[in-house]
Structures are given as C-alpha cells and as structure tokens.
Design a protein. Structure first.
Length: 259
C-alpha cells in the first residue's frame, strides 16, 4: 500500500508519563480512518504530534514519503495537513467569511502591505481569495451567514465553519477532532454524509477522533484503537466491533448496537 501519511512508532513522554507509546499507522490516499479509545487514551496527543503541536519523543511522521517530524504547525499546514480541534477555536469576533480567509494566508503569495498600497496583483489575489472563501462557505452550507460573527453562530454551524477554515488551507490530509461532539442523532447522520462529501469533493484523506460510534462505524473504512497510549487493535469496523480487547476497554455493550 502506498500511504499518504505514515506514523512510525510515535511516542510522546511528558516527564515520567508515557502519553503515547509507539503508535504506528499507514493511511492510504482517499481513506477515511478513525482513531478511537477512552478519554485520556492519547488520541489528541497523536493529532498533536502529526500536526507539529508536539515534537515526538521518538518516531517519525511522513507525508507522501517526506519526513515532517517536528516541523512547526505552520510548516506542517503548508505541507498539506490541516486540522480542527476538540474545543472550537474560531476567531469569535470575526465574521464567518473572515475566518475562512484566515485559512488562506498560508497559500498567499502577496504581502499585506502590497494590498495596502493597492498593488494590482495583490488586489487580484485578494479578490480570488474572497471568491474562493465564499465557495467554501457554500460547500459547508454557510453562505447565508458569511457576514455574521462566528461567535453568534449555532454550535453546529461553528463546527462546519472550522472545517471550512481548514479546507481553505488546501490540505491533502484533514484531521477532525470529535466533529460530532454536541450533535443530536440527526445532525450526526448528516455529518457522516458531509464527511464523505468533502472527502470526494476536495480529494482528501481524513483521520478523525470520535466518540459517537454510529459515526465511526458508519463512515470509517479502517479504525485504530488506543488505550492508555497503546494501540490495542486496528482493522475494519466489523473486526473492531467484535474485538474482545476493544469491547472490554472501550466499546462495552455499545459494540452490540452496531454489530
């Protein structure tokens, strides 16, 4: 398998605490992959190592064969990796449109002062960015609120806006941290369809952390399971649902509901 993203024996220690121990994954282009486990299992720590927020104590992260281990977050983003956060991190006083435009700065060729001086190429690039930002808002169903403050939007809309901002960086690999958090069953169903849609529409590879097993089992093609920082299982949804270690450590009776 030619992997777009590889994690090779990623380990993260905080003093004497081993938060993640030798996490390895190979994620194929176009795949939707899940990362699950109990609270405190090390899932977000894996995200932080992959996206440059943490430098791994040991191990490697490869993107399309290139070693990006330990690059700062802006460089990881420029390389083609974007993420959302468990706790929404929008610019609350900015409009929905402005939040998406922020995501485009990583690809911007002109400097801010060139726009201030009305340099024609910079103005043309700015116009293209606004057009593209509106297209992204349309893709996530937020065109009608483009001019509204991000903080005034409903929770579900803020989740979609954060995804639109991530898409604005033109990623190849998108990490979603608990995208279904706080959603009702109908919204969760719509989220599954939305994740598939953006995967296809933007030619993405997706890794998601999620506690809603209906979403995980319904949208993921392969799943990794962490417990106390250790990978206890990996495989397709059917295998994960029936894995005794996973049932004992995490799924419990919920596994039976989606078997």
């Amino acid at each position: 398998m030619n992997a777009l993203v590889e994690a090779r024996s990623l380990t993260m220690r905080f003093g004497g605490l081993v938060a993640v121990s030798e996490f390895s994954a190979a994620i194929a282009p176009g795949a939707i992959v899940g990362l699950i486990g109990p609270n405190g299992a090390g899932k977000t720590t894996c995200f932080n190592m992959i996206t440059g927020f943490y430098r791994p104590t040991q191990g490697q992260v490869l993107l399309d064969g290139r070693d990006i281990t330990g690059l700062p977050p802006h460089a990881v983003c420029e390389a083609g990796i974007a993420r959302t956060f468990q706790n929404i991190r929008l610019f609350g006083n900015g409009t929905a449109l402005e939040n998406v435009l922020v995501g485009m700065y990583v690809r911007q060729k002109s400097f801010w002062w060139q726009s201030a001086l009305f340099w024609p190429p910079a103005l043309r690039e700015e116009a293209r960015q606004r057009t593209r930002a509106m297209e992204l808002l349309d893709a996530v169903g937020l065109t009608s609120v483009a001019g509204e403050k991000a903080s005034s939007l409903p929770y579900g809309a803020q989740r979609r806006l954060e995804i639109a901002r991530a898409l604005a960086t033109a990623p190849r690999f998108l990490l979603l941290d608990e995208p279904a958090a706080g959603m009702n069953p109908q919204e969760s169903q719509e989220l599954m369809e939305f994740i598939r849609h953006i995967r296809d529409a933007f030619s993405l590879t997706i890794l998601l952390i999620e506690h809603d097993m209906k979403v995980v089992m319904g949208v993921c093609e392969h799943i990794y399971v962490l417990d106390y920082g250790v990978t206890i299982a990996q495989g397709p949804p059917a295998a994960i649902q029936s894995n005794p270690k996973v049932i004992e450590a995490y799924l419990g009776e919920e596994a039976l509901a989606y078997a």
